[in-house]
Design a protein around this ligand. Sequence first.
Ligand code: ATP
Ligand code: MG
Length: 281
Amino acid sequence: MADKIIELKNVTYTYPLASRPALKDISLSLEEGKLYGIIGGNGSGKTTLCITICGFATKFEKGSLDGSVLIKGKDVEDYEEGEVSRMMGYVLQNPFSQISGVRETVLEEIAYGLENLGVAPEKMEERVINIAKKTDIEELLLKNPYELSGGQQQRVALASVLVLEPEILIIDEPTSQLDPEGTESIFKIIRTLKEEGKTVLLVEHKIDLLAEYADEIIVLENGCHIKSGPTHEVLIQRELEEHGIQLPQISVIFDELKKRGKDYGAIPVTCEEALKLLKNA
Ligand SMILES: Nc1ncnc2c1ncn2[C@@H]1O[C@H](COP(=O)(O)OP(=O)(O)OP(=O)(O)O)[C@@H](O)[C@H]1O
Ligand SMILES: [Mg+2]
């Protein structure tokens, strides 16, 4: 059993001046080294969950939190200033908000976080170049971050967090402004993070990609945690459709086939799995 790296115990969070909580009595236990996909409709609390885990909900948004968020067994509120940000990287849903605004080129922007961490200048350049290659933004390094397209900003925002090499990554809809090719490449990067042993929380609407890459799925609705578990178990539950959750089409098709007497022994969540089932039938 892997170590619990993040635990939420009966977390209820209310934004300042809000009449009702954005998160309601959420308890979750997340294991080190896994990739968690967070899904739910608009306004269901996905971003609020992210900012609550990294401590921003109380620190910057200044809302009220009941219950506790533990990172490696210690309350997120009890860490020293800076400790949490070294451990956890957060890629914001809106990449424009991620840009510091104090640097004129993408290169300097990505190096900015490293300066704050006190990384030596000679090491800094190497790390920036490496991450730029990994995220495919080398040709953008000398551009002004504000002159980039939404998709380019998303890549830069991701690079500026990855360069810090945090062990936990919280990534809020990183592909919303990318085309299918760009999306696939971001998912490949995210897979390499998992291979490096990092824990990743990924908010994403593209269910077919989550089916392929995520170990576990967490489903939110109206601020409540309504379901979670291994991707293969969660993404075949047709009752989730009644909650507005889109399931992978391939799992819906195989479930319909099963209802019509064609049982292939399991319900696949990816096309690759479906092909295997068909070949073995
Ligand atoms: N700063 C804020 N102040 C007050 N209420 C907020 C604030 N930010 C979000 N909310 C409310 O909290 C609830 C959860 O919002 P949240 O942004 O976490 O949802 P989400 O699942 O990330 O949605 P989306 O898919 O649109 O990104 C919503 O009802 C939203 O209106
Ligand atoms: Mg959101």
